[in-house]
Design a protein around this ligand. Sequence first.
Ligand SMILES: C[S@@+](CC[C@H](N)C(=O)[O-])C[C@H]1O[C@@H](n2cnc3c(N)ncnc32)[C@H](O)[C@@H]1O
Length: 220
Amino acid sequence: MKKELIITKDGSHSLFVPDLNETYHSVHGSISEAIHVFINSGLLSHRKKNINILEMGFGTGLNTLLTLKNIKHRKIHYTSLEPYPISSEIYNKLNFHTLINSDSDTFLELHTSNWEEEVFISENFTLYKTQKKIQNFISKKKFDIIYFDAFSPEKQTEMWTTEVFEKCFDLLNKDGFLVTYCAKGIFRRTLKSVGFEVISLDGPPGKRQMTRANKSTYQK
Ligand SMILES: C[S@@+](CC[C@H](N)C(=O)[O-])C[C@H]1O[C@@H](n2cnc3c(N)ncnc32)[C@H](O)[C@@H]1O
């Protein structure tokens, strides 16, 4: 599928997919959206010190880079699913590391590191990228946070099914949760139907709300 580099409102790049008429991130700002949804409402909202993260899907590597940048005193194991990796021609042009004062070598390492094996990016950050789709992904490891960053339900319905969210529920630890930019009513009802406690949070720029779904109801 063809992908075109675009600039979003906060100056950060994203990709536009003409066949889907869809962008990888919000046009109101890729970095602003990712920090709001996945870092502030995801990573920094979990109390655990050793965290297992599962991402759908790796794409531009933005969420991975931001997670690495916000690791603080934690240890993170980061699993990312991506059946359709972007080309080196594209990832070499992405401006994320410049905008967040990270170094380009680290960002490029996230892309060039081997697939289907654990790679120690730093002492406290292990990356496991796999080209499996969520529908075929099997894991003995359970996760504390799922970054659910699929294309929108209108553009990729097969990612937003009861079966996929049942799988996410099973993949989470008891005190784990899923976060996503999506706040659609039908999606939230599907989450509830598979057992999640659904929390509405303020959305990133350009969006009223986003969603966090807790596996257990006791945590807020
Ligand atoms: C909205 S983009 C976001 C990607 C990434 N998080 C980023 O910030 O660039 C959705 C990603 O999901 C990937 N994807 C598509 N089908 C998938 C599937 N069945 N399982 C897992 N990921 C999938 C796409 O290739 C794409 O990279």
